[in-house]
Design a protein around this ligand. Sequence first.
Ligand code: B12
Ligand code: SF4
Length: 514
Amino acid sequence: MNVLLVHPGPLMYTKIYLRLEPLGLELVASAARALGHRVTLLDLQVESHDHYVRLLREQRPDVVGLSCNYLANVPEIVDLATLTKRLLPACRVFVGGHSASFVADALLTHADGAIDCVLKGEGEPAIGLLLTALAGEQNDLRLVPGAVTPAGEGPPARMLEHLDHHQPSRDLLRHRRKYFIGVLDPCASIEFTRGCPWDCSFCSAWTFYGRSHRVRSPEAIVDDLSRVREPGVFIVDDVAFIQAKQGMAIGDAVARRGINKHYYLEKRGDVLLRNKEVFHFWKRLGLAYMFIGIEAIDEEGLALHRKRITLNKNFEALDFARSLGITVAINLIADPSWDRQRFEVVRQWCLEIPEIVNVSVNTPYPGTETWHTEARRVTTRDYRLYDIQHAVLPTTLPLHEFYDELVKTQQVLNTKHLGWTALKSTARIAAGHLLRGQTNFVKMLWKFNSVYNPKLQLADHERPVAYQMPLPPEPVAGIAPRLLYIHRSRGRAGRVFDDATEQFVEATRMSRTS
Ligand code: B12
Ligand code: SF4
């Protein structure tokens, strides 16, 4: 079959700081190609909607698959589906991805017949079955695991047997030089592990993957890495190197192959402290950039998000990360309840530390526990505002003042790490990029004010809303966790851990209960 896979356009965050290749879609593409299907991949983060229409007219795909990892992209995806059916009524349209899995029924309702099926869960095991069902005489999509159709739902989504089974189809993207994060320009993405064994209340990574944690073999990883042409590599794992043994094994394999790259990864503070030797090793291999989910600078905030880590440990982790001599970025979650004084305290703290501080807004997403506990308080059901840059819960301050304070706090990042200040400290790197024709990093340095603007953020709340997100059913007696999962939790059986890691994960879980 002739298959067109599409990633939707950018959200606020990707308009400035980074833009990354759609790795999930590249894996789905590989699984479809392995069965002989012809696949085209279009990334609307770097291409226009007009180009999409041109492709539909020229290629006349049999099937279009839209990727919906981000809730804020739902309206765009429904509109793309409607447009596709209008231009090519015989084309079958389906949607997959992280957020699509949690709002499958709503997507079908909004699309009013323009989406034939939402495929919940991991795409690799399901795509082949879906395409076979579409090509077959019976044409019954309800036989496909994870499929949700207007006529009913298929069996539960299946998990990929082993992450080594597919390598991403990196050749399908036309504009690989457009992907970057900060000075890593251009930058490719790679996956070492999948899933997270923790269960933070604001996060849906664990509910999507059924709290499993799976690893790719070092051999598959270096094979993939050795085909990557970009000098920068973004490791997409939720929490990289949870297991020291695996981190060292991959590192050894990378060193043996003589692969020279600069890496970015995301971490929890406790894992960083526990596996220091891994990070020292990876620093030697090219680790350049680390993002730590600190989330709060008070114990109360950490408990609220169920981070299962103490403030002291987080600060100790920050000290250790600093000592590695790499660029460190941290995330803080701003709560809609914050008043001016709270913002001021956070701002002062951000000014005192050398790190890049990213401030996001506490947002209940479908698929998280907070969606079930907080959804009844939401002030808007406009999907586009669910991008953790807008307030969707009642704010203590009047909304315009909340955005004033939020942007003023985010502005600290702008003063410290963007504009001329950043250019001065990175002049040599920036000049090198420009000489190679890479402009993503340099362009990003002056974009802050055009994207982060309290007036624009406030105005976003006034836009007409075409699609209203439905609320979850009333909770009966608390939340039954199994209702949260897309891939059923298999407990310890779903985790590939050595004993020490298992004990560590359990110990951090127990620390909350005791
Ligand atoms: C890496 C990452 C990023 C990267 C972007 C990667 C990219 N180009 O897509 C960066 C850092 C840029 C990023 C940014 C943001 N992110 Co992010 N991100 C992740 C993370 C950690 C991993 C994603 C990933 O690459 N996984 C590996 C690949 C292989 O898996 P995948 O993409 O999910 O694809 C699989 C399935 O989803 C499915 N699939 C995907 N597409 C399709 C399409 C079809 C047709 C089918 C059948 C299947 C299918 O099959 C794939 C293979 O199994 C996830 C957490 C997670 N574990 O999923 C959060 C996550 C997706 N991000 C999240 C958020 C909130 C954001 C931001 C809004 C945050 C911000 N600071 O503003 C921005 C918005 C980005 C934007 N689009 O503009 C939330 C999403 C919440 C939501 N429901 O919308 C997540 C779930 C994290 C969380 N803690 O809850 N993110
Ligand atoms: S540790 Fe990170 S990925 Fe894991 S549940 Fe918490 S926020 Fe999500």
